[in-house]
Structures are given as C-alpha cells and as structure tokens.
Design a protein around this ligand. Structure first.
Ligand code: TPP
Length: 494
C-alpha cells in the first residue's frame, strides 16, 4: 500500500492531536524527576470521522451497516468490546486503516515519539487495570522499535497485543521494502506471533487475546498488513477463553509450611495480578511471618503493617536478607525469579505457591501450582503461629531507614536518598510513582511508601531504561486526577 494524499490527511489528523496537560510541574534534582500532576491527556479526534474523507474510512463506515466487516473494523470492534480505551503507537503505511477504525470505535490512538514508549505505556496500563492492552505500530522499523518496551511488558507478565504492520505475505517475494522476519524478531519477547488474514482474523483475534490473558500473562504479536486490514473478514469473532487456573493439586506445600516455626513470606507480582492482596495479609498474620515484596509487587502488602520488612533486590535490602536467613522457611508466593539481579544465595529452604510452574531460581523444596486464593485458603487452615514477624519487621524497617539517613548525612549535596525521602514525605499518599531504570530506581523503589498496589510502576525483569516517563503518562491517562510522578535519571529522560 502506498501513501495517498488521503493517508497524509489522516497522519495530519493523528499528529494534530494534543495532550491537555493541566498544572505540569518539573522538579530538577540530582536525578531528573518529572512530576506530572494530574495529566489529563486525551487524544480525542479533533475532527469528526466524516471530515477525513479517506477511501478506506468510507468503506469502513459502509461496512458497519453490513454484517460483513473489514478486518480493521473487526479488530477495532473487538478491542473496544474488550474495554480498551486507548492504544499506543506511531502510524505508518500498514496500520492506517486500523488506526482509523479504532478512532471510529472511540478507542483513542495515543501517539508516542518512539514505539518503545508504546510498549511501556501498554505495560503500565495493563499493570493498573489488569486488562488486555494493545500497541499499534507499523511494519519493519515500527515493529523493531517497539521491541524493548514490549519485551519489558512481556517479561513482567502484562497481557498486551503488539499489533505490528507486516508486508503482506503473498506479496513478499516481489516486495521486500521494510520486510523483516517479525516472527523471529518477536520470538523471545512474546508468547505467540500470529499473521492475520481476512480468512483467519475472526479466529485469531480471540485466540491472541486468550493466549495473552492466560497465565503466565504476556505479549502476543499480531502481524497485520494494510491490504488484509482492508479486506472483508470471513466469519464472526470467537469468544475469548482465558485458561482457568485450578486449585493446586499438591499437598506437600502445606506439610512443609506446617513444619516451620519461623516462616518468612516473600510476595511477587502474581499476588496483584490475581488480586489477592487481602488474602496474603491474612496469611502473613496467620503465620506471624515477616513479609518482603519484589519491586513489581510493591504495595501488595501494606507498607505500614508491623510485619512489613521492605522490598528485596533493591537498594539497602541487606537487613531484609538477614531476616530471611534467620527464618527456617521462605514461603515464596507468586514471585518471578527474574526480578532478582543477583543470584539466590539463601540456604534457608524455600517453598512456593504460584499460578505457574516452579521457578528454578528458588530451588523450592515444595511447590504448589494453582490458583493463589485456593492455595492460601488451604494454608490458612494450618494452626496459627506465635509470630516472630513483628520484631523482625520493626528491626528491618528501622535499619533500612538508618542506612538511608547515614548515606544522606555523608554528603552536603542533595543525595538521591534524600531526594527520594523528600518525595515520600511531601507527595500526597495516593500518588503513583513510576521509576525509570538506574540507581534512582533502587533508591526510590525502597524508600517510596506505596499506599497500595499499583502505586509504584517500573520495568523489573528486563529492567529497561526509557519506561519511566511513558509509564507516568499512561498512568495519568488511566488514573484521572490521581497525582503521578516519574522518577528518571539522565538516561531515561533522553
Ligand atoms: C535500554 C537500556 N539500556 C541500557 C541499560 C543499562 N543501564 C542500566 S542503568 C543505566 C544507567 C542509568 O543512568 P541514569 O539514567 O543517569 O540513572 P542513574 O543510575 O544515574 O540513577 C544503564 C545504562 C538498561 N538497563 N536499559
């Protein structure tokens, strides 16, 4: 498909959209902190669809009055029905029909400067909402630019459809401009890569969403050429069927936990994906166990709770590690071992519960795979324990605070530690903090007090620089008037 004057009009329309940012604040400190207080960005179409006058737009409008839909419209209706309010990307030759169809369904197209940001934004939105999100980028360089952000989403288990343009496969032998083997490119950063045609769209759309949403959640790439997007789809879209996670079959976990006198509870991002924050709090109290979380699970356990120790695999986690070493069992619930950037060196035995198979990182002596609510309710049937947790938690938190103060007082300059504490002490409690990757993440991730789950967003397993500001914009779009602050270093701000 070549660019016609009408395509140029559509590009003009997309690029002519604007963010309406209310009360923007920029605070410059030792690292750059962009405070996006109440960003109300909304990329609404400024002109009605009928003003655009594109040939394919006309066809789409015609199609909606018929039972047969163009593939682009079928995509748009499908995504709108799944509740997507916006998709993220940069337009190009192949994806113009889809963007137009999405706008026609009231799904905003959030334009980014570089496609990687689209991946980070979809990740942040999926993290906050728990629902499927999507990026819509063009073929070749659009697809390759998206990869870092989308890999971050995938490895942090966010359900995202990476809808990339693709040179029509029938045409590939005689047209190779911007043609890449996108199945191969996306293989390490997706659960599946699907080339959609008018013949398979109805089946493949539902299948892609089902795969992305089923545990372990992740990315599915969909390749769609402009030509296929403009054809009549064969058939009606099938239902999305998320694979159910049943109760754990194994009873070994209960046996191991019942034999422990000083259990330690380590919580991961699955707890938030499965919305089991209340259940893990009850479990910690039942076992009297001190609790630590990973960066992607920050806020799933109340940070003011007496059993709370802090975040592992971030700055100054040594006091937490020492408590883990004093325990006689580390109970790991829903943790992805990829979040740890150093080897697991604890000799204390590990038992684990997760919706997915055992992560070899922890070398668990007992693993129960299944729904967290079932697994936790079985553990709640074990006799309650006289806890050692509150003393351990208190000790841990005051030691981490002391280490931060020590670092702050060792310099006259404004240190990252002091900066992070100023943010913590001055921002409204419900603020969402997003962090880019660098030493600032290690500092702010530990010291920021998340008032609940979804109040701290960062790239964890892939730990990719560049996501801090896009995640903050995405969070602002999603969270309305909730204050959002992006903490970034020089690297992530460029
Ligand atoms: C995309 C990407 N490139 C490179 C890295 C490796 N890396 C991790 S932190 C970092 C430096 C970050 O520096 P800055 O943004 O200034 O933050 P600071 O460490 O000073 O807080 C680099 C290059 C990465 N994680 N991701």
């Amino acid at each position: 498909m070549d660019l016609f004057a009408s395509d140029v009009q559509l590009l003009d329309r997309i690029y002519g959209q604007h963010y309406d940012i209310e009360r923007p604040k920029l605070i410059l400190v030792s690292c750059i902190v962009a405070a996006l207080n109440g960003v109300k960005g909304r990329l609404a179409a400024e002109r009605p669809l009928s003003d655009v006058g594109l040939p394919f737009c006309y066809e789409i409008l015609q199609a909606s009055e018929k039972t047969v839909m163009k593939v682009a419209e079928q995509f748009a209706v499908f995504l709108a029905d799944l509740g997507l309010k916006r998709v993220f990307g940069v337009p190009g030759t192949e994806n113009l029909p889809l963007i137009e169809a999405l706008m026609g369904q009231g799904v905003d197209y959030v334009l980014v400067a570089h496609e990687s940001a689209a991946g980070f934004m979809a990740d942040a939105t999926a993290y906050l909402t728990g629902g499927l999100q999507a990026c819509v980028v063009t073929r070749g360089p659009g697809a390759s630019n998206l990869l870092t952000g989308i890999a971050s989403a995938h490895y942090d288990n966010s359900p995202v459809l990476a809808i990339t343009g693709e040179v029509e496969r029938k045409r590939r032998e005689r047209f190779s401009h911007q043609a890449m083997d996108l199945d191969a490119l996306y293989a390490p950063a997706s659960k599946a890569s699907i080339y959609v045609t008018a013949e398979n769209a109805a089946t493949m759309l539902a299948r892609a969403a089902s795969i992305a949403l089923s545990e372990p959640a992740g990315v599915v790439r969909i390749g769609l050429s402009g030509a296929e997007a403009g054809r009549d789809s064969v058939g009606q879209v099938e239902a999305v069927q998320v694979a159910p996670v049943g109760p754990p079959a194994e009873a070994e976990l209960e046996r191991v936990v019942s034999g422990s006198e000083r259990p330690f509870l380590l919580l991961g991002a699955e707890v938030w994906r499965a919305r089991q924050t209340g259940a893990v709090a009850r479990l910690a109290e039942h076992l009297g166990a001190p609790v630590a979380v990973t960066a992607r699970a920050k806020g799933v356990f109340p940070e003011s709770h007496p059993l709370y120790c802090g975040v592992v695999s971030l700055y100054q986690d040594a006091p937490i590690r020492a408590v883990m070493d004093r325990s006689d069992l580390i109970l790991v619930v829903g943790v992805n071992g990829g979040e740890f950037f150093v080897d697991w060196k604890h000799s204390t035995p590990v038992a684990s519960l997760s919706m997915v198979k055992a992560d070899p990182f922890f070398q668990s002596k007992a693993h129960a795979q299944g729904a967290l609510d079932h697994g936790i309710s079985r553990l709640l049937c074990l006799p309650t324990r006289i806890g050692w947790g509150e003393a351990a938690g208190r000790e841990c938190r005051s030691e981490i605070e002391r280490l931060f103060e020590e670092k702050e007082s060792s310099t006259d300059a404004l240190s990252p530690q002091a900066t992070a504490r100023v943010l913590r002490d001055s921002l409204p409690l419900d603020t969402i903090v997003t962090s880019d990757v660098g030493s600032h993440k290690l500092v702010v991730g530990q010291i920021w007090r998340a008032s609940g789950p979804g109040r701290f967003i960062t790239s964890s397993v892939v730990s990719a620089m560049g996501g801090g500001i896009p995640a903050a914009i995405a969070a602002s779009l999603e969270a309305g008037t909730t204050p959002v602050v992006a903490v970034v270093g020089d690297g992530g701000s460029s």
